[in-house]
Design a protein around this ligand. Structure first.
Ligand code: ACM
Length: 528
C-alpha cells in the first residue's frame, strides 16, 4: 500500500515540477544577474537568484536634496516611463525609502575608481540601490539599470510587463578615462537633433567624450562672431555640393549642454594647418598669395594650408580658439594637424608649437592627430594615434599621452566588408570582430597602458549623409569600442562578447536603430 502510494506520488511530483518549470519559463523571470548581457561588461557581478520588480507604484528616491541628483533620477524615470506607462515619481529622501523603491545615492569614494565614474548596484527583491562617489558614476550606473531590464524598456510606446531585474551586486568602473567617438560634421553637415541622438548612443554605452570635427576643406561648421564669413561662405556647401550648414553659437552651446547632461565632454576640433580650404575660401588674407580659394566639394585630402608666415593667421587662430573655448567647458581643444601635405615640415613644426601655446592661453589642453608628435609637444598634449605608430612613440618619448584610434580597427567609417554601401576602405574592411579584438596597451611597442588616456572611434562622413547611415556605421561597432575603453583587456573575449552583443540586437530594434546585422553574430530580434 505504502509502496503503491509512493508510485503514484512520483509521477505527480514530476508533473508538478514540470508545471513549475513551464510557469517560470513562460514568465521569463530573470534570476541570474551574471547571465545578463551588459555592454560594456562590468568588472564584477555577483548574482543572488532573486529579482526586483518595477511596478506601477515604484518611486525613484535620491538621497538628499541635490538638484543634480534629482536630475539623474528624472533622467532614469524619463527613460523608463514611455514603455512601462508607470508614473515613477522622483523624490528626495533622507533615509531608507523602503520596500519596492529605487534609491540613488552619492556615497563615499570607491577605491578602485580611477576617474570617478565607478558605481555599485545592489539589487534585492525589496530594493534597487545605486551608489557612486560621483554624479557621473551614478549616471553610468543608470545605463546598467536600463540594460538589465527587458529590451522592450527602450520602446517609445507602452509595453506589457513584467519589468523584472535579476538580483545581486555589480561593482564597476572604467579601465580608461577617455572613451569617445568623433563625428565629422564638416564633410557632410548634421544638425543638433542628429548630434543629440549620437550623444544618446555614447551615453548608453558609458562613453564620456564627443569629439566634433568642426572644420575641413569642404565646410566650416561653427559660427565665429569675429570672422563671420567662415560660416556664411565657408559653411555654405559640403561634399557633393549640398547646402552644408553650420551650428550657431547658441546651437553649439545646446549641444555642449546636452552632452553635459549625459556626463559627456565635448572635444571641439578645428583642423589646421591643412584641411583648411573652407577658411581659405572665406578670407583672402589667410592665403599666402592674398587670393581666396574656391569652395571645395570633393574628397581628396592634403592640398590646403594656412599661411604659416603671416601674422594674421595667428590672430585668426587666436580668435577661433578663444570663441570656441569660451563655449566649451571641457579641458580639451583638438587642433587637427593631420595630412598637412601642403605645409613644409619646417613650417609645420613651429606652427604646431605656436598653436599649442595659443590653446594654452585660452586654458585648453591640446589634442592633435599623431603627426603633431613631429613638433615639440607640451607635456599635457595628447597625440591621437590613427596612422603612424612611430608618431605615437615619438609623442610618448616627449612625455605626452596617447589617444588610441587605429584606423584599421577603430575607424567606424570603414566598410564592414565589400557589400557595405557607405563608408571608405582605405584602412581595410573593419568587421565587428576586427573592431573589437584589440588591446590599446598591446598595439604599439613602447606605448603601454600608462601612456594611454583611452580610445576613440572616429566617424568620417565623406559619403555618409543622414542619421540612418550614421547609425549603420556606428552600430554595432561603437558598443565594442566602448567595451575596449571600459573593461579590462583580460576580461574581454570575442567569443563571449559576440553572444552578449547578439542580445543587443533587440535593444537596437527597440531604439529604432538601423544597425549592421553582421553574420558573425547571432542576433536576437525583438518579437513584437
Ligand atoms: C585622419 O583620418 N585624417 C585623421
Amino acid at each position: 500500500m505504502y509502496y503503491k502510494k509512493q508510485k503514484q506520488i512520483v509521477p505527480l511530483l514530476i508533473l508538478a515540477v514540470a508545471m513549475m518549470i513551464q510557469v517560470s519559463c513562460t514568465k521569463q523571470e530573470p534570476s541570474d544577474l551574471s547571465a545578463e548581457s551588459i555592454i560594456p561588461k562590468p568588472v564584477s557581478v555577483v548574482s543572488t537568484g532573486d529579482y526586483f520588480t518595477l511596478r506601477s507604484n515604484t518611486d525613484i528616491y535620491v538621497m538628499g536634496e541635490s538638484s543634480e541628483l534629482l536630475d539623474i533620477g528624472h533622467y532614469l524615470a524619463d527613460r523608463l516611463r514611455p514603455s512601462t506607462g508607470y508614473s515613477l515619481n522622483v523624490k528626495s529622501t533622507s533615509g531608507d525609502p523602503g520596500r519596492g523603491s529605487i534609491l540613488l545615492a552619492i556615497e563615499g569614494s570607491s577605491g578602485a575608481d580611477i576617474n570617478s565614474e565607478g558605481y555599485e548596484l545592489s539589487i534585492t527583491g525589496k530594493q534597487l540601490r545605486l551608489t557612486a562617489a560621483t554624479h557621473a558614476g551614478l549616471f553610468r550606473g543608470v545605463q546598467t539599470i536600463r540594460q538589465l531590464l527587458p529590451a522592450r524598456i527602450e520602446m517609445a510606446e507602452r509595453q506589457e510587463g513584467p519589468w523584472k531585474i535579476a538580483s545581486g551586486t555589480i561593482s564597476d568602473y572604467p579601465e580608461y578615462s577617455y572613451r569617445g567617438a568623433m563625428l565629422d560634421v564638416a564633410r557632410h553637415f548634421f544638425g543638433v537633433d542628429d548630434v543629440r541622438r549620437f550623444i544618446d548612443f555614447l551615453a548608453y554605452y558609458k562613453m564620456n567624450r564627443l569629439h566634433l570635427h568642426l572644420s575641413d576643406d569642404q565646410g566650416w561648421r561653427i559660427e565665429i562672431k569675429s570672422w563671420p564669413n567662415l560660416t556664411l561662405h565657408g559653411g555654405s556647401t559640403e561634399v557633393g555640393g549640398g547646402p552644408g550648414g553650420f551650428f550657431t553659437q547658441e546651437q553649439y552651446r545646446a549641444i555642449v549642454d546636452y552632452a553635459e547632461e549625459n556626463y559627456i565632454t565635448v572635444v571641439p576640433e578645428i583642423d589646421m594647418p591643412g584641411h583648411t580650404n573652407s577658411a581659405l575660401a572665406s578670407y583672402a588674407e589667410l592665403n599666402c598669395d592674398g587670393r581666396a580659394t574656391e569652395l571645395y566639394t570633393g574628397i581628396e585630402v592634403g592640398f590646403s594650408s594656412l599661411c604659416i608666415d603671416k601674422e594674421i593667421t595667428y590672430k585668426f587662430i587666436d580668435d577661433v580658439i578663444r570663441e570656441i573655448s569660451e563655449m566649451t567647458p571641457g579641458p580639451y581643444f583638438h587642433i587637427g594637424g593631420d595630412e598637412s601635405h601642403a605645409t613644409k615640415l619646417s613650417d609645420y613644426i613651429p606652427f604646431v608649437e605656436r598653436v599649442q601655446e595659443i590653446a594654452a592661453s585660452h586654458g585648453k589642453q591640446c589634442i592633435g592627430w599623431d603627426e603633431i608628435a613631429n613638433a615639440k609637444l607640451k607635456p599635457n598634449s595628447i597625440a591621437q594615434n590613427w596612422a603612424n605608430p612611430r608618431n605615437a612613440v615619438k609623442a610618448v618619448e616627449q612625455g605626452a599621452k596617447i589617444l588610441m584610434s587605429p584606423s584599421s580597427k577603430a575607424y567606424i567609417d570603414m566598410k564592414y566588408d565589400k557589400t557595405t554601401k557607405y563608408g571608405l576602405q582605405w584602412a581595410g574592411f573593419v568587421e565587428v570582430d576586427v573592431s573589437y579584438n584589440w588591446d590599446p596597451a598591446a598595439l604599439v611597442p613602447g606605448v603601454g597602458k600608462d601612456d594611454i588616456v583611452g580610445v576613440e572611434s572616429p566617424l568620417w562622413t565623406e559619403n555618409i549623409t543622414n542619421i540612418d547611415e550614421i547609425e549603420y556605421m556606428v552600430f554595432p561597432r561603437l558598443a565594442g569600442i566602448a567595451e575596449i575603453g571600459w573593461t579590462p583587456a583580460e576580461s574581454r573575449k570575442w567569443e563571449e562578447y559576440r553572444t552578449r552583443l547578439g542580445k543587443h540586437g533587440e535593444r537596437f530594434d527597440a531604439m529604432d536603430i538601423n544597425y549592421y546585422k553582421s553574420p558573425l553574430v547571432d542576433w536576437t530580434a525583438l518579437d513584437e
